[in-house]
Design a binder for this molecule. Structure first.
Ligand SMILES: Cc1ncc(COP(=O)(O)O)c(C=O)c1O
Length: 367
């Protein structure tokens, strides 16, 4: 039977093998394995790519959000507005700093946090709004920034899933006071292990973030803040510098696959296709469809060799980890409905037109 995995590196990594191997040798021979020249270079490249003044690499995407919130002095008594439909990292970061989570429902068709609902969630205790650009699509970032400024709150953008996406022609990951990203291997720009980064145009926040990821220290054994060891591996910087050169090409390949899905599935019964909002240029980290018979459809596709995933099957408010907050089924009905209906189809560089044609043909055969 034909097999199409949900995700594969085979369209990306074989191409880079020689260059990556050379980079490993350079790293190995340098004798400098943490915060070295490779990290400095990649931070400059990432800042330039995002169109911001400062990039600070960190251990992973969760650390990026925790450190961003810590740099904003988020702590007990502060409220952080997060999407009800998101990966749990956005919530955990706020919780780990002792802040209060204030979930806001998404637009049911774009899946991103609904700007019109953010306003109602703002209180005198709101410290940060955290838009998460999910599945490759920007949130309405300009509108969120305007709202935040009007209420004197900060914005930490979670751009883990949308590297290279544009809102009104400007890069995601450049709108917030601080922007966090993850270079988890499966991201549009993925390391070969754990890695992440924060970006900002604010030099004071940049300096604080550099210290926070390094035991709260700018100078060895002098500790200004209660920081952590949140440093990215130097080796990942060498690898990421190489992969960054391919990010735009890979994003174009994702967009071409999405276009083919849109065209071939436009008349398919029983499913809704992802809606990209006006002014948003998505980089399709995921291609997420909605089906009321999602579980049956997933099994039907699996039986035909097609891998799919659900992002995400349980919304954060219903996770056992948040049981102490006593949220119930029905508290965030849009997030809950999405969790029951969303299905992510394969989308990655190397997936062929023929693969997509097979996947869409099978979806149309589902009765
Ligand atoms: C939206 C979002 N935020 C944060 C993270 C956390 O990143 P990491 O897995 O590198 O900690 C991820 C990915 O895993 C994510 O998808």
């Amino acid at each position: 039977m034909r097999k199409i995995p949900f995700f594969s590196f085979t369209g990306m990594h074989p191409l880079l093998r020689d260059e990556m191997t050379r980079a490993f040798h350079t790293f190995y021979d340098s004798g400098w394995y943490v915060l070295g020249e490779g990290t400095k270079r990649f931070e400059d490249e990432w800042a330039a790519y995002c169109g911001v003044s400062h990039a600070i690499t960190v251990a992973d995407g969760l650390d990026a959000i925790v450190l961003a919130l810590q740099a904003c002095d988020v702590g007990p008594g502060d409220e952080v507005i997060v999407p009800s439909n998101t990966y749990i990292a956005s919530w955990l970061a706020a919780t780990q700093l002792g802040a209060t989570i204030v979930p806001v429902e998404p637009d049911p068709r774009t899946f991103n946090i609904d700007v019109n609902r953010i306003q109602a969630a703002i209180t005198p205790n709101t410290k940060v709004i955290m838009p998460v650009n999910l599945y490759g699509q920007p949130c309405l970032l300009e509108e969120i920034m305007v709202l935040a400024k009007r209420h004197d709150v900060l914005v930490v953008e979670d751009n883990a899933q949308s590297q290279g996406a544009l809102y009104k022609g400007k890069m995601t990951g450049s709108y917030g006071d601080i922007n966090a990203t993850s270079f988890y291997p499966g991201k549009n720009l993925g390391a070969l292990g754990e890695a992440g980064a924060v970006t900002t145009d604010n030099i004071e926040l940049a300096n604080k973030l550099r210290a926070l990821r390094n035991y709260g220290s700018h100078k060895k054994y002098h500790n200004l803040y209660l920081g952590r060891n949140g440093r990215m591996d130097e080796l990942q910087a060498h690898f990421l510098s190489i992969k960054l050169n391919f990010l735009n090409v890979w994003n174009l390949q994702r967009k071409a696959i999405a276009k083919q899905y849109n065209e071939e599935l436009q008349h398919a019964d029983q499913i809704l296709l992802p809606l990209i909002a006006e002014n948003c240029d998505s980089v399709y980290h995921q291609y997420v469809i909605l089906s009321e018979r999602r579980d049956e459809l997933q099994t039907f596709l699996a039986d035909r060799g097609i891998g799919t995933l659900i992002h995400y099957p349980i919304p954060p408010h219903l996770q056992p980890a948040y049981a102490q907050l006593n949220w119930q089924i029905g508290d965030f009905p849009i997030a809950e409905r999405l969790a029951n209906q969303m299905l992510s189809l394969p989308i990655y560089p190397g997936l062929t037109e023929d693969d997509v044609e097979y996947i869409t043909r099978m979806i149309k055969n589902f009765r």
